[in-house]
Design a protein around this ligand. Structure first.
Ligand SMILES: Cc1cc2nc3c(=O)[nH]c(=O)nc-3n(C[C@H](O)[C@H](O)[C@H](O)COP(=O)(O)OP(=O)(O)OC[C@H]3O[C@@H](n4cnc5c(N)ncnc54)[C@H](O)[C@@H]3O)c2cc1C
Length: 242
């Protein structure tokens, strides 16, 4: 693994807000200064709000590629202590970004065949990896298993479809609540990611490096499932948000 990029703090200006799904927005920031934060795909930063009322920071995975100047985040709008500030954020607002952090790093020289397993907004670091693979014209063989509760929660669906035409990406979405109002008409996989779903979807899982990202319960369950398929700890990389 190459050396970790240097840790920096820098002010960024909010450039664009996009509603991706009913509860998830993406936020694109541009650096205010000449230099910007360097990172490897998969890493995260601390995003800090500095207002008259309070200063508060939270960790967010970077969804943009390291080759882009702007930094994008995909954020579940839960109206919590930090995310409530994003509810009223507007273009031009200044936030401070410190980073990068994390061991969840994609190294294209080592990881030629990968299985990405994402839960909800846990898709964010994989979007960064996929964009990087696309921009670098890498021949990484990728399988992506993506778990959402409802069909309308699939983030960046069009982009994922487009990427399948340009890079060696195959992806499958599993919907865990297909029978509720927001899940009708779904013909794809259903239910939580478990060992049999992984084994059916990625028959050569033992030849791949597996990356898991999502909430604590999700990551733990998927890790256990991989271990039950005799996948060694060394071939599993996990990023937990809990
Ligand atoms: C390494 C890392 C990377 C991360 N990357 C991302 C990312 O890319 N995208 C992302 O969205 N998050 C990410 N997170 C989570 C993020 O850091 C924050 O924890 C999250 O945004 C919630 O912060 P908050 O201050 O708004 O909530 P807090 O006020 O800190 O609330 C914490 C918890 O309380 C509960 N809660 C509070 N208010 C509500 C509410 N109104 N409705 C429902 N539940 C509530 C939730 O369980 C929530 O997780 C990441 C975390 C880590 C550690």
């Amino acid at each position: 693994m190459p050396e970790k990029p240097q840790l920096l703090e820098a002010p960024y200006r909010l450039k664009k807000i996009v509603q991706e799904t009913p509860d998830v927005n993406s936020f694109v920031f541009e650096p205010l200064q000449e230099y910007n934060i360097k990172f490897d795909p998969g890493m995260f930063v601390m995003l800090q709000y500095r207002g008259p009322d309070e200063k508060i920071a939270r960790a967010f995975s970077i969804a943009s590629s390291p080759l882009e100047k702007e930094m994008e985040f995909i954020i579940h709008m839960i109206h919590g202590r930090f995310t409530k500030h994003l509810d009223t954020a507007k273009e031009g607002d200044i936030y401070y970004i410190t980073g990068p952090y994390g061991q969840f790093r994609f190294d294209p020289n080592v990881n030629k065949k990968v299985l990405f397993i994402a839960g909800g907004t846990g898709i964010a670091p994989f979007i960064s990896m996929l964009r990087y693979i696309d921009q670098m014209h890498l021949d990484t063989e990728i399988k992506l298993l993506y778990s959402v509760r409802y069909v309308d929660e699939i983030i960046k669906r069009q982009e994922l479809d487009d990427l399948t035409k340009r890079i060696k990406l195959d992806y499958a979405v599993t919907v865990t609540r297909p029978n509720e109002d927001r899940g009708r008409g779904w013909n794809g996989l259903t239910g939580h990611v478990d060992a049999s779903m992984i084994a059916n979807y990625a028959k050569d899982v033992n030849e791949r490096t597996s990356y898991i990202c999502g909430p604590l319960g999700f990551v733990k369950a998927v890790k256990d499932a991989l271990k039950s398929l005799n996948i060694s700890e060394a071939s599993i990389k996990a990023d937990v948000w809990g």
